[in-house]
Design a protein around this ligand. Structure first.
Ligand code: GPP
Ligand code: MG
Length: 277
């Protein structure tokens, strides 16, 4: 069974119904549809573009920043060749998987508990002529049933906040080849300050997720043969994306919560890469 709890059913319902312009219109720019945020410097001149092209310029700029986020993640997967297999855990509409196949020429499996997302992503792979290499499955990342040790790398691009980390890393550890790499980009609260702020609770309620404390990642990795090789704090790099998104026509209303959470220091946007030992 793919969906095994009321909670997972709530998550699947959210994603089956989701049609946010901030995801679909950005994806339309290049045909790569993401469900994560952006990083890097904003070209603020887009706000001064002529009236008839301003909105389009802002959307293209937001999309550029989300592509840059995905490329940063993929750059931490290690030395990947066409012979390898990769797993995108919580693959959304498929953007990261399709970019990974384009970068490495290898087979990629994506899994999601949203049937709508899986169908959308498989359609994208077919349209781009890569359906023989990039496949999306209606499966639970905690229990894929895929072959043990078959994957050279696995990533979660902003999808760890939907699962218990010990369960997730146990599953990844089983699927990864020895010496393989795990990478996540995630939002986590900084437990230096104890419990999370109200802004973090607002984000949780908005997406039906449960943001973990930073320490939980390292504890669960250590318990599951995953040894961190890089930890990069991307908080300062993602704030410009949120500032531009806040001023855009595709803002969803969650922008203030992210900006408050990041600026008050209690919430971090982190990349963590780890070796499977
Ligand atoms: C959604 O991306 C991402 C999440 C629900 C994970 C939460 C992430 C954190 C860093 C806490 P999306 O692209 O579908 O969201 P939106 O529709 O707001 O752009
Ligand atoms: Mg988005």
């Amino acid at each position: 069974m793919t969906i095994v709890s009321d909670y997972q059913n709530d998550v699947a319902s959210y994603w089956n119904a989701e049609r946010n312009a901030v995801n679909l219109r950005l994806g339309d720019v290049s045909g790569i549809y993401h469900h994560h945020y952006g990083i890097g410097e904003v070209d603020w001149s887009v706000l001064e573009a002529p009236d008839d092209v301003r909105e389009e310029a802002i959307i293209a700029e937001l999309h550029r920043l989300e592509n840059d986020q995905a490329r940063l993640l993929l750059g931490h997967l290690g030395d990947i060749g066409p012979q390898h297999r990769l797993l995108d855990a919580g693959s959304g509409r498929g953007g990261s998987s399709i970019l990974a196949n384009a970068a490495f020429g290898c087979q990629v499996d994506g899994v999601s508990i949203s049937q709508t997302q899986v169908e959308f992503a498989n359609r994208q792979a077919s349209e781009r002529g890569v359906a023989d290499k990039v496949r999306f499955h209606f499966k639970n990342m905690l229990d894929t049933g895929f072959e043990a040790g078959a994957y050279q790398a696995i990533w979660n691009n902003e999808s760890t906040m939907y699962v218990v980390l010990d369960d997730l890393f146990a599953a990844h550890s089983r699927l990864l080849a020895r010496g393989g790499r795990y990478v996540t980009i995630t939002g986590c609260y900084d437990d230096v300050y104890g419990l999370p702020s109200r802004a973090v609770s607002t984000i949780n309620a908005h997406y039906v997720c449960d943001i973990h404390p930073r320490s939980a990642y390292f504890r669960a990795m250590a318990a599951n043969r995953l040894v961190p090789t890089s930890v990069i704090d991307l908080t300062a790099d993602t704030i410009p994306y949120w500032e531009l998104r806040q001023k855009s026509s595709v803002a969803t209303g969650i922008e203030d919560a992210f900006l408050d959470a990041y600026r008050d220091g209690g919430f971090q946007y982190l990349l963590i890469a780890a070796d499977r030992v």
